[in-house]
Design a protein around this ligand. Structure first.
Ligand SMILES: Cc1cc2nc3c(=O)[nH]c(=O)nc-3n(C[C@H](O)[C@H](O)[C@H](O)COP(=O)(O)OP(=O)(O)OC[C@H]3O[C@@H](n4cnc5c(N)ncnc54)[C@H](O)[C@@H]3O)c2cc1C
Length: 416
């Protein structure tokens, strides 16, 4: 930011959430500047599994989570990892997380999660069409496969929740599964197929395509680290490491880093980083996998991407300043080949990113008190899915029109 500029709205964060906010705000006539320390789609939004899980009804914490979590921690191949030396950063969050899984707490969370995810499909289709990026959005559905009869049986609760909410899905036996995904490994006998789900073929590239499309419409894209947002006459000044930026209004969409900017407004949200990883396998001539496929017991997703095949897994609770432990994902390389045996022999690259997770698995989409500042963070495991509908809600809230969904479940003050 070499000189002081003016803008109606400064959006901090050019991940999929911030860019979606800018898109929706520009559609409503706002003049936007997006500021990011690293550039569009370079952080968590770069390397996700690409599943736009519009039928997802289950929060991360559900009844029985404590017992399930303890069992997972004892299993070296399970996705749940705790960065033990950093426990003070997430201990309180973990307590709240477990509390939110109690039967009496979880019902409204399921409804609020479903409301966002159900609205996500149209928002995604509209966004991709509007910027001419339909080529990256595939209508493949989302497949959950099970290797154990007991866990498929335990999934009856989730299926009942989907049924009650009219989420369309098919239960497949082994033969039906193999006809849908011929490359699936031998050990999988049950599957649930959500055919309305969408798949993103290159999440990082989608962010840069979206940023480019918005720049062509007049958005300013600035690479700078914002150290503070200070109120000033008639607006705000964003202190950046390359200069200041003035704006009438601000959206904080800084993923796991959002709290740093919230402090001067007297707010803090319980968003902790849950690190996830991916391995990319090179493109192969024979088709290996047709759609994002979740191995339910392993919480591992294998997805076809434009540049190859991506395997994602691991939820590692940690702090902001820690280094990735890539051994955690490489350990699962052999498991990925159990899911799709034709997967190439060796991964071509590795990646890690920090999911911004709240203890109730719901994002924060809200105005910050009576400041002209909005917050959009905490999307956790579903930020790709929920970004365009989040952008729409932020733009509606800022414009003072009725929001497409009630914002109450996503308010900042739900946290005590
Ligand atoms: C392994 C893995 C798999 C996943 N799979 C899926 C999936 O299949 N489907 C799904 O829906 N979701 C998935 N997710 C979750 C999803 O990727 C995230 O929820 C989403 O990317 C969060 O987007 P964001 O824009 O909030 O954050 P980010 O992408 O992290 O963007 C935040 C941006 O803010 C910038 N920033 C922060 N503070 C400042 C500051 N002070 N100054 C300047 N810039 C700042 C950062 O540089 C960053 O670029 C997955 C995540 C992981 C890790």
């Amino acid at each position: 930011m070499s000189a002081t500029r003016t803008a109606s709205v400064a959006v901090v964060g050019a991940g999929i959430v911030g860019l979606s906010c800018a898109h929706a705000l520009m559609q409503r006539g706002y003049d936007c500047t997006v500021v990011d320390a690293r550039g569009p789609g370079e952080a968590t939004s770069f390397g996700n599994a690409g599943s736009i899980s519009v039928g997802n009804v289950l929060p991360q914490s559900t009844p029985g989570i404590l017992r399930k979590g303890l069992r997972m921690l004892a299993d070296p191949l399970s996705p749940l990892k705790l960065d033990w030396p950093r426990w003070p950063h997430y201990a309180r969050w973990l307590v709240d997380f477990v509390r939110n899984g109690r039967a009496e707490a979880v019902a409204p969370i399921i409804d609020a999660l479903h409301a966002l995810n159900a609205a996500a499909r149209d928002a995604w289709i509209d966004l991709a069409a509007d910027i001419g990026a339909d080529d990256l959005l595939a209508h493949t559905g989302y497949l959950h496969v099970y290797s154990e009869d007991a866990s498929f049986a335990a999934g009856a609760w989730e299926r009942a929740l989907m049924q009650e909410r009219r989420v369309r899905f098919d239960v497949l036996d082994g033969a039906e599964l193999r006809s849908l995904e011929p490359g699936i490994g031998a050990g999988f006998r049950h599957a649930v197929f959500q055919r309305d789900a969408l798949a993103m073929r290159d999440p990082g590239r989608f962010c840069t395509r979206l940023a480019d499309a918005l720049v062509a419409r007049g958005m300013r894209s600035v690479v700078a680290n914002v150290s503070a947002i200070e109120p000033t006459a008639g607006g705000y000044v964003l202190r950046g490491d390359t200069g200041d930026l003035r704006a009438d209004k601000v959206v904080i969409a800084g993923g796991v880093w959002s709290n740093r900017l919230l402090a001067p407004f007297g707010r803090r949200v319980p968003v902790v980083p849950a690190r996830g990883y991916h391995l990319m396998y090179p493109p192969q001539e024979a088709p290996v996998v047709g759609r994002p496929t979740l191995w339910a017991e392993r919480y591992m997703v294998v997805s076809p991407m434009r540049a190859g095949i991506r395997m994602t897994s691991i939820k590692e609770l940690t702090a902001l300043d820690t280094a990735p432990r890539f051994g955690l994902i490489h350990r699962l390389d052999g498991e990925a080949r159990k899911l799709f045996p034709a997967l190439a022999a060796a991964p071509a690259s590795e990646w890690a990113g920090l999911r911004p997770c709240t203890p109730d698995s719901l994002p924060v989409i809200d105005r910050v008190g009576d400041a002209e500042v909005w917050l959009a963070t905490g999307h956790g495991h579903l930020g790709l899915t929920q970004a365009p509908i989040t952008g729409r809600l932020v733009a509606e809230s800022m414009s003072g029109v009725p929001t497409s969904l009630p914002l109450a479940p996503y308010r900042i003050d739900r946290f005590r």
